[in-house]
Design a protein around this ligand. Sequence first.
Ligand SMILES: [Zn+2]
Length: 344
Amino acid sequence: MIDPHVHLRDWQQANKETVCHGLKIADEVGLDAVFEMPNTDPLIIDKNTVMKRIKLADSCNINIFHGLYIGLTIHKEQITEAVKLHKKLFPRVVGLKLYAGPSTGSLVVKDHGHQKFVFRTLKKLNYNGVVAVHCENETLFESDKWIPHIPITHSEARPPAAEISSVKNILKIAQDIKFDGSVHICHISVPGSVTEIEKVREQDQIKVSCGITFHHALLYKQLMKKTNGIFLKVNPPLRDLEIQKKMFQMILDKKIDVIETDHAPHQLVDKLREPYSSGISALPFYPKFIQILKENGMSDNEIDDLTHNNINKIFNMNIQNTHKNRSVISKNEYEYDPFDFLNN
Ligand SMILES: [Zn+2]
């Protein structure tokens, strides 16, 4: 099993998560590989940070594949360096990450014109790897709706339209320039995003894929009304129960290519108070999620596709699926079980 979307923080944010701890949990739950995101502090956007990160992960001595994305900025020299590093260090550098909407940290390219520039630059550099994109259009946020002591308002402040609009924009840019790489839309949370992706797939001009998290597959915004509902603040936010049910069905209907945890732990103090950090610690619950898929009728082969084979295909990799199938749920002081919200 491969998790193509984890945040292992470390460095200036080692109080949230560390590379060695994250890799250890990934190994314990039976994963063969994790691909980690570059919105760290400092950001993983150049040769120096990439090499430091690889050295750090190797020092953990944990026997699973550690891959990383390089973040994209609006600077031509930076994009050029990222492409060179990808070429030289693939598959260790698995691809590039574009934050088309804001999330944790400062790595974001929100302007539509700037997003076009990034893709055009990649095209000129003959980049043919994966660009994973966080799609949310900030101009459609209704930020004044966010009231911290009413956690559910986070979902209202970042509505479905913001995600769908961003997915549409990014795919249009990629189609217009006949992008040679593969566009992976991260953590989709609403059926409208799948519709946009399907339209593009039908035209068969560019390579496109999408992933979903456990939380968008199983949790819904009304749960944020429960005690400690603020723990469920994530980006994109949780949606209505009706939407969540449709998303789960879309997994069963094979409309979604991959499962990605978007593992993003924070300390409780950061979740409960300013800055009310967005993100859930999800890696420990991988076995539980697989079990839920099985209980809902997915076959082992279908689960292999969703958790492994499709990821190998999208990223053009050849990671072995060892079916370790372990089921340790390892917790520590800053982890809590998001599934608990479904029970009580
Ligand atoms: Zn993420």
